[in-house]
Design a protein around this ligand. Structure first.
Ligand code: ADP
Ligand code: MG
Length: 401
């Protein structure tokens, strides 16, 4: 007898689920993507214990045919692609037919759906991947997915989950990412009985940004469209006064799919390097549109990474879009006297502050009063160790890291 054994289907499923479903937010992402692929206009998400006890997603999309319902929880069953060429012309968010199979394998899943031409719907109850119950039910058109006790049969994964607030934060971010790319869709996110996010159908992205990040920011948003060859980039960026200390609010979409991209992050750093203070990052939403054959989205099971065939063009066009959006004047040598430090510097040997104290208002045009970041009047005194900015405020001294 040899030593090799073929893994059982349920074990294969558990291993594969580990890749796609890392935490509750991954379930939310997959369920929201399915609802969006089904053309839903209203999507409601309800959570208990930050999704660890319950994630319920209801949509008013096209629904699942009763005969298909038991199949959707099987691995590699999808209605979205069928030929190898389809892989290079993906128009839906999902296509690998893995998500529901993965989720079903590691939770107690209740799935109910009704298509428009049927007077009633069908529901199934699945535990650890096995269908336990199946029946017809009365329900509105659309789909309802209830994921209970996620990771109940994978205790190690359960142990690695972070505290509720952290997991909730991931779910919130996931909803925002999809909400930005689908501004016409209504998203409602509730945790226990609290509404975390309510995004009614918006007419455009600026309106959606205002729903998420506030009217003040949306009113000052700059936007620009640039294109070259087949690459089209739409860039929305908030001015410096709304800058963030982290890169969390830098959103990139390729053909309307949110992606994580160290490469695009770099392009933004490089573009802003000379004009924004170190350590400040923009709130920015970038949509990159290009022919599907110019990218590979099948790089990672969660489809959150892509490869560009011509990264240099993307880099060039994005750089131009950001610069143009923020205003050409900022980038001209005259307005940015490079040899004079942006902040007065401290000579490490003598401990003296450089004489060429330059106040921000002369570096940034009127529209970008950096002082508004903290909304207190202050005067810049100097910079310490290249890290802290020392400011005089009515109460005394303020340090900005
Ligand atoms: P994929 O999205 O990659 O096709 P999934 O496992 O996420 O794989 O879903 C399997 C199939 O189930 C989909 O292809 C789709 O036909 C159907 N489906 C899942 N969720 C929904 C939904 N909310 N509305 C309509 N159909 C759905
Ligand atoms: Mg899917």
């Amino acid at each position: 007898m040899g030593r090799l054994k073929r893994l059982s289907p349920s074990l294969i499923n558990l291993i594969a689920a580990g890749e796609v479903i890392e935490r509750p937010a991954a379930v939310v992402k997959e369920l929201l993507e399915n609802a969006l692929d089904a053309q839903a206009q209203h999507i409601k998400i309800q959570l208990k214990k930050a999704g660890k006890a319950l994630i319920k997603v209801e949509d008013n999309g096209m629904g699942i045919l009763p005969e298909d319902l038991p199949l959707v929880i099987q691995r590699y069953t999808t209605s979205k692609i069928s030929e190898p060429e389809d892989l290079f012309h993906i128009h839906t968010l999902g296509f690998r037919g893995e998500a529901l199979a993965s989720i079903a394998g590691i939770s107690k899943l209740h799935l109910a759906s009704r298509v428009p031409n049927y007077p009633w719907g069908k529901e199934i109850l699945v535990i650890g991947g096995e269908i336990k119950e199946e029946r017809e039910i009365g329900m509105p058109i659309g789909t309802m997915v209830e994921v209970k006790d996620l990771f109940f049969n994978t205790p190690v994964r359960l142990k690695f989950l972070k505290k509720d607030a952290t997991e909730l934060g991931h779910i919130y971010e996931t909803t925002v990412r999809l909400g930005l790319a689908h501004s016409q869709v209504h998203f409602l996110l509730k945790s226990e009985n609290r509404i975390l996010l309510n995004l009614p159908p918006a007419n455009n992205l600026v309106e959606r940004i205002s729903q998420i990040f506030g009217l003040k920011l949306a009113q000052k948003l700059k936007q620009r469209e640039e294109e070259k060859n087949d690459i089209k980039i739409k860039c929305f960026i908030a001015p410096l006064e709304f800058s963030r200390p982290t890169t969390r609010d830098m959103y990139f979409y390729v053909n309307n799919r949110w992606i994580r991209s160290p490469f695009l992050n770099q392009v933004v750093y490089k573009t802003l390097e000379d004009i924004w203070p170190k350590g400040r990052y923009p709130l920015l939403v970038v949509f990159i549109q290009l022919p599907p054959e110019e990218i590979d989205v099948n790089v990672h099971p969660t489809k959150q990474e892509v490869r560009f065939k011509e990264p240099y063009i993307v880099q060039e066009v994005l750089g131009i879009a950001i610069k143009q959006a923020l205003g050409e004047s900022l980038f001209q040598e005259e307005t940015l006297e490079k040899d004079i430090p942006l902040y007065p510097s401290i000579n490490k040997d003598t401990g003296k502050i450089s004489s060429q104290v330059k106040d921000f208002s002369s570096v940034y045009p009127q529209k970008m009063p950096i002082a508004e970041v903290e909304e207190v009047p202050f005067r810049v005194l100097g910079q310490l160790w290249g890290t802290y900015i020392l400011c005089e405020v009515p109460e005394g001294l303020m340090l900005i890291d």
